[in-house]
Design a binder for this molecule. Structure first.
Ligand SMILES: C[S@@+](CC[C@H](N)C(=O)[O-])C[C@H]1O[C@@H](n2cnc3c(N)ncnc32)[C@H](O)[C@@H]1O
Length: 268
């Protein structure tokens, strides 16, 4: 890669961060008292950013993401679906039921509208919860999804697209999601991660991740972290027995927002 090629890929996140700061300011101008409630300000300004830009940010997705989403079938958990920008990528005819665990209530109207538009009809259930066990399990219980589990897991597929960067305690949350998979179930992921600068990545891109973090990326981007070692957490979630198979690939590993895309299959 030539030096000139690095500039757009390293600076692209700066454009996104600037847009996020703009939405935060606009949210604050509309409701100045939110300055005293920073977590609500963070949630509302991210919901504003995502409602207005999520669709444009989903036209292209890294690597084989679209092909993987087309294979999703059976009983499905979509963690952090936002306002459902990925829903047109699924094939609803092979999905039995899909639960969307979305903690931002401000995104639910768009989510349900997009589920209807994508042809899910009554097969889509939006849950007002996060993917972390203490939030997800009670919401699944309330929706009646745990009734058939018998301790064996309930989902054929768990989908994590651009969400594990923002969940609390990622290792524990991913382990919790692993437990919810049926034997032979698949976890499909498209997640941005810490730059793999010691392998195929770039030191400069890793430095830029630190710069964006210092500039407030986690606050303005709805608690998103650019430096999580999610690939490692995913691999370790299956414990000492390991996954039956792991197929994860880096996409754009030399950038400040490198992705890991692929699937992990639980042992039968
Ligand atoms: C960057 S958006 C991605 C939306 C969608 N998955 C996509 O890629 O089009 C991240 C989403 O994760 C949600 N989110 C934030 N914290 C979460 C948590 N703890 N559990 C589940 N989702 C969460 C946000 O509300 C937001 O909708």
């Amino acid at each position: 890669m030539a030096i000139a090629d690095y500039i757009p890929v390293l600076l692209r996140p700066a454009l996104l961060l600037t847009t996020a700061v703009y939405h935060c300011i606009m949210t604050l101008l509309q409701n100045p008292t939110l300055i005293f409630n920073l977590s609500t300000l963070q949630e509302k300004s991210f919901a504003r950013l995502w409602s207005q830009n999520g669709e444009a940010m989903s036209v292209e997705m890294p690597g084989p993401t679209f092909a993987l989403l087309k294979t999703v079938s059976g009983t499905v958990l979509d963690v952090g679906p936002g306002s459902g920008e990925q829903l047109p990528r699924f094939d609803p005819s092979i999905v039995t039921i899909m639960y969307g665990a979305e903690p931002s209530i401000n995104l639910h109207a768009g989510l349900l509208k997009n589920a209807e538009k994508a042809g899910f009809g009554g097969k889509y259930k939006a849950l007002h919860c996060g993917g972390e066990p203490e939030s997800l399990i009670p919401a699944l219980a309330k929706a009646g999804a745990l009734a058939e589990s018998k301790g064996q897991g309930i989902f054929d597929v768990v989908v994590c697209v651009r969400v594990l960067c923002g969940v609390p305690r990622p290792e524990e949350t991913i382990e919790g999601l692993y437990k919810l998979l049926k034997p032979g179930g698949r976890m499909i992921v498209c997640e941005h991660v810490i730059n793999p600068w010691q392998e195929s990545g770039s030191v400069l891109a890793r430095v830029m991740q630190v710069v964006y973090t210092v500039l407030g990326w986690p606050f303005f981007m709805g608690n998103c972290h650019v430096d999580r070692d999610t690939k490692k957490y995913l691999q370790e979630a299956a414990g000492k027995d390991g996954w039956a198979s792991v197929k994860l690939e880096y996409v754009e590993p030399k950038t400040a927002i490198p992705f890991v895309v692929g699937e992990l299959v639980k042992r039968s």
